[in-house]
Design a binder for this molecule. Structure first.
Ligand code: SF4
Ligand code: SF4
Length: 449
């Protein structure tokens, strides 16, 4: 099985800086800043107060079961404060600050070994939620929600994303090389939870050693297949992956579950295995720290709440000033104004580029060359979307040009000779439409009294 999708690009993948670097454990730092909202959904409510003593793995905040996942202490220590802090996703959010006591003591009951054969699907899903597992590819969608599709949308295929098509990032790759057994365990557990008959792990063919290793570890399981995929960006996009792996088409406005699939990332598989087999909550993750400004690019295992500053210092600091700092990959990551933000569950990478290497969108007028349309994997018209957004014609973009189908992959901006900031225009149009919808709803409610 070796299928491609329409469009896509082949950017310099920049993976050579870290792909051969074995994951290094980051030593404990003095202070951790843990945001209360690290998932798509509602922020959690603190269950601890200033001055409280916490153990590693202790639940510190929780919320509605359907709309959030709990947040756990990444270290043992004392709650120094609960206040509004900068975070890399929303900009600013309520966070719990912990001063480490340096002992790193687990809460009793964590790190126990549990046989998942004794668990039914409902118990597995409860454990995954209780351990705060979210999608670790960047979206941070609560994993237990993905594993609970509506009854009228049965899932037969678990699609596991090992493509890691974003340039520079090698954290998923290292998970496959260093923890293949956990990835396979996570797949078996997730299949059981969602009643899937099959699992296919898609890996780009530029990771031949990961393909071979995963094939070796999955060899004993007839229902798990490793699928080599062409190395083309954005191969790891949900719709592209489902098409490449199963030849099922997720049409406009639909989700993978509409074609019987659930898509999860390989790092999420490891988090599932840790949660279910060892009762370990999601308190740390592998992060690629790279880019032209980083002195010694690495893959690091860092606790959630570790400052970008501390992570960069562990990688030798900045060898030249960074004009661009990104959480995640250069194509779909989130630009940061500086390094004073913490690592969160969705943070697969910290990239820092000097001005010379960063490249910049200058937003010149469109010359109608059409290259963006050839590159768009969703077969959209990015030139029209960006122009309509510039002219504040958000509704036209929504209704006539399928604005919401844009996955913000950035292929269009990458190929644009006018260096138009197409993704920013698309995001603005989406945000304006959402705002207009909310405003309209409010007006209707007011009229109804
Ligand atoms: S960012 Fe949106 S419009 Fe641009 S190529 Fe990707 S899907 Fe198409
Ligand atoms: S690639 Fe850029 S210049 Fe060419 S049509 Fe698209 S938006 Fe216009």
């Amino acid at each position: 099985m070796f299928k491609a999708f329409f469009g896509g690009i082949h950017p310099d993948d920049g993976k050579k800086y870290t792909q051969k670097k074995v994951v290094e454990d980051m030593p404990l730092v003095g202070r951790y800043c843990v945001p209360l909202k690290q998932h798509i959904g509602e922020a959690c409510v603190p269950m601890v107060s200033k001055g409280a003593v916490v153990k590693k793995g202790q639940c510190m905040a929780n919320g509605d079961k359907n709309r959030s996942v709990p947040i756990h202490a990444p270290v043992s220590g004392v709650i120094a404060d609960i206040c509004s802090c900068r975070d890399p996703v929303t900009g600013m959010s309520k966070s719990i600050i912990i001063d480490s006591d340096g002992k790193d003591e687990w809460l009793e009951g964590r790190l126990i070994f549990r046989d998942n054969n004794d668990l039914d699907a409902a118990s597995i899903i409860d454990i995954i939620r209780e351990c705060g597992v979210v999608g670790m590819g960047g979206a941070a969608f609560p994993t237990h929600k993905k594993l609970l599709p509506p009854a009228n949308k049965p899932v037969d295929l678990l699609v596991v994303n090992g493509a890691e098509c974003e340039p520079y990032l090698t954290s998923d790759y290292r998970v496959m090389l260093e923890c293949p057994e956990d990835v396979v365990s996570g797949c078996l557990i997730a299949m059981k939870a969602v009643y899937a008959k099959y699992c296919r792990i898609g890996i780009e063919d530029n990771k031949k050693d990961a393909i071979a290793l995963m094939q070796k570890y999955a060899a004993g399981y007839k229902n798990i297949t490793i699928v080599p995929l062409p190395s083309v960006y954005p191969q790891g996009g949900e719709k592209m992956l489902v098409k490449a792996i199963s030849n099922r088409e997720v049409s406009s406005g639909k989700l993978p579950m509409d074609v019987g699939c659930v898509v999860l990332n390989v790092s999420t598989m490891k988090a599932i295995a840790d949660a279910v087999e060892k009762n370990i909550p999601l308190i740390e993750r592998i992060v690629t720290v790279s880019g032209s400004s980083i002195t010694c690019p690495k893959n690091i295992r860092a606790r959630i709440g570790t400052g970008f500053n501390d992570a960069i210092a562990f990688c030798g600091g900045l060898k030249r000033p960074a004009s661009t700092i990104i959480m995640g990959g250069p194509m779909m990551g989130i630009a940061q104004t500086d390094t004073g933000v913490p690592i969160v569950k969705a943070c697969s990478g910290i990239l820092a580029f000097s001005e010379q290497d960063a490249g910049s969108a200058v937003d010149r007028p469109c010359i109608r060359c059409g290259r963006c349309m050839d590159a768009c994997p969703m077969r959209l018209r990015p030139n029209m979307l960006s122009m309509l957004s510039e002219r504040n014609k958000y509704k036209t973009a929504l209704l006539e040009y399928d604005l919401l189908d844009c996955i913000e992959c950035g292929c269009c901006a990458y190929v644009c000779p006018a260096k138009r900031n197409i993704v920013q225009h698309v995001r603005k149009a989406k945000a304006q439409n959402t705002m207009n919808k909310k405003r309209k709803k409010l007006e209707i409610n007011e009229q109804r009294g």
